[in-house]
Design a protein around this ligand. Structure first.
Ligand code: FES
Length: 118
């Protein structure tokens, strides 16, 4: 189902905007004029990702700094442990893992952003 999500002019390059559509919480991301849609809740502990930073296509969570590729949702790095735990952090520790983000196809047309939601 194709649904209008936002006006493209409302999201500057490097910007993000949360939207709720059919009960789904989504963040629209503008990477160099191309829009991407990822789930709003971080794959680690659910932080609101639009409060993080979008640097190129890398979205960094505001809470523990896990990083995601907004083009695919892939987790690029897990949460950063707090010091002094970081000195002895075990990379296999489940607390330091995150899952990938759900993404949805995005289309822009006539200055509008549309999502293809199942
Ligand atoms: S909630 Fe995002 S890294 Fe922990």
């Amino acid at each position: 189902m194709i649904i209008k999500a936002a006006n493209a002019e409302d999201i500057a390059p490097g910007g993000m905007k949360p939207v709720t559509i059919n009960g789904r919480e989504i963040v629209l991301c503008n990477y160099a004029g191309t829009f991407y849609a990822v789930e709003r809740a971080c794959g680690h502990a659910g932080a609101r990702l639009e409060r993080g930073a979008l640097t190129g296509w890398i979205l960094t969570c505001p809470l523990h700094y896990a990083q995601f590729d907004v083009r695919s949702g892939v987790a690029l790095s897990g949460p950063v442990p707090k010091a002094p735990e970081s000195a002895h952090a075990d990379p296999a520790d489940p607390a330091l893992k995150t899952r990938a983000l759900i993404t949805w196809p995005v289309r822009t047309e006539g200055g509008q952003i549309y999502l293809d939601l199942p």
